[in-house]
Design a protein around this ligand. Structure first.
Ligand code: GDP
Ligand code: MG
Length: 457
């Protein structure tokens, strides 16, 4: 997986100066593979990685991240930006009802989504109504009625008796001709909603299995007739590489204001999201994640980005490392290092709190790719040890923290009492600290960069 590959890359890189071409290329190669694995359309992958490479090359190396992490961050930022940055919410009409029209291929999940959206809006205090404007298949109206009943939302449908041949068609199972005029039904539905003071109308429309001129025209006609506030294009996330072509056809044929990414509960890694967003420039607003009415989610670009990259929580880790990183601290460390000053317990405390800001140590290690197999060792790691160490350091006077060698027997006993540990634990800490100082000195002679001195081991 990408996580494993990146772990290897992370290990091989050291951050210095600017991101080098080879650092960037190695990571971009992995990212390209990950995007293709996630079924992002090839032209989109090419354009995307090209843009990322340009941005990454020559970017200044951040103090908080190593080059591979930094490239991943650039990739992620770029992905999130293309996927829409912030979540886009439904724009409600100033004069209700707000009209939301659904469009998309047959089987993409429009009718199911109509019910989900209706319930979702109802739960937020809206009073939606559904309109059955898919008159292409005889059972489409019945399906929406079932969906509406489940959502507890009324459905406007052409009356069976008023639609020539409707009942006969239902009985015979025939289903390709149109039984009634979807434009008229849509208009009537909206009028009805207005009269009954529903504040939102969701219009379900017909689709074919493949892109089809006549049906695209029908959707365009409905759109022109009802001027919806939102046209949501529903696309099956499993469609993979075909997403680009389908989205383009609907963007040109009907045009839409937002995208619903359907069937995200399946194996689809969501590459279709990137393809659609990139090709149409329209925001993805909702994700459909199952067949039940409740299986609807507001789309989160950042979550989708990490799903596409399949990086586990690498991104969370990067984010937290950045947050915890304090430029001033690092500079101070470097200065001491270069000026051959010894590290003190004050430095040690600062580093402890930096680690703490990143969350619990166990949690942090658990998020690292590849650490899953080391679960047993992680479990035996005693976090309380860190708390005890911190308590001991906090029981030291400022003088003691900067002059650990001066901490004699009576001082040790006082520190032990103050922090509620045994004197031998204080002795151990001081011993380890002296070792760490020695290590730092030898590192300095070797010209290395300071890492985490004084960590209890
Ligand atoms: P439409 O032709 O666009 O109206 O699509 P439907 O709403 O009739 O859905 C087609 C099929 O996909 C049905 O069997 C639905 O149960 C199923 N479906 C719809 N949305 C989802 C989803 O989010 N996840 C899964 N697994 N199946 C879905
Ligand atoms: Mg349908």
């Amino acid at each position: 997986s990408l996580s494993d590959r990146l772990t290897a890359t992370f290990k091989n890189l050291r951050g210095k100066g600017r991101l080098s071409e080879s650092d960037v290329n190695a990571t971009i190669r992995d990212i390209r593979m990950a995007l293709l694995d996630a079924d992002v359309a090839l032209p989109v992958v090419k354009e995307f990685t090209h843009a990322v490479r340009e941005r990454a090359l020559g970017a200044e190396v951040s103090g908080a991240l190593n080059p591979a992490q930094q490239v991943v961050k650039i990739v992620n930022d770029e992905l999130v930006a293309i996927l829409g940055g912030q979540t886009r919410r439904i724009q409600f009409a100033k004069n209700p009802p707000t009209v939301i029209m659904l469009a998309g291929l047959q089987g993409s999940g429009k009718t199911t989504f109509a019910g989900k959206l209706a319930k979702w809006l109802k739960d937020q205090g809206h009073t939606p109504m559904l309109v059955a404007a898919d008159l292409q298949r005889p059972n489409a109206v019945t399906q929406l009625q079932v969906v509406g009943e489940r959502a507890g939302v009324p459905v406007f449908a052409p009356e069976r008796g008023n639609v020539a041949g409707y009942d006969a068609a239902v009985e015979s199972g025939e289903g390709t001709r149109s039984y009634g005029d979807p434009v008229t039904v849509s208009r009537q539905g909206i009028d009805e909603a207005r009269a009954r003071q529903h504040d939102v109308v969701i219009v379900d429309t017909a689709g074919r299995l493949a892109i089809d001129e006549a049906l695209m025209q029908q959707a365009a006609d409905i759109r022109a007739a009802i001027s919806p506030d939102e046209v949501l294009f529903v696309i099956d996330a499993m469609i993979g590489q075909a997403a680009v072509e389908t989205a383009q056809a609907f963007a040109e044929g009907v045009d839409f204001t937002g995208v619903v990414l359907g069937k995200l509960d399946g194996d689809a890694r969501g590459g279709a999201a990137l393809s659609v967003a990139k090709v149409t420039g329209r925001p993805i607003m909702f994700a459909s994640v199952g067949e039940q009415t409740k299986d609807i989610e507001v789309f989160h670009p950042d979550r989708m980005a990490s799903r596409i990259l399949d990086m586990g929580d690498v991104l969370t880790l990067i984010e937290q490392a950045e947050k915890a990183f304090d430029q001033r601290q690092a500079q101070e460390m470097t200065r001491k290092f270069l000026e051959e000053e010894d590290f003190t317990f004050d430095d040690f405390l600062q580093q402890m709190s930096a680690i703490k800001k990143m969350g619990s140590l166990k949690q942090m290690l658990g998020m690292m790719p590849g650490m899953g197999q080391m679960r047993a060792q992680l479990d035996s790691l005693d976090e309380r040890e860190f708390d005890r160490v911190e308590a001991m350091v906090r029981s030291m006077t400022p003088f003691e923290r900067t002059h650990p060698k001066q901490i004699n027997g009576s001082r040790r006993a006082r520190i032990a009492r103050g922090s509620g540990v045994s004197v031998s634990e204080v002795n151990q800490l001081l011993e380890r600290f002296t070792q760490a100082q020695k290590m730092m000195r030898s590192l300095r002679r070797g010209g290395g960069v300071p890492g985490m001195p004084g960590m209890p081991g």
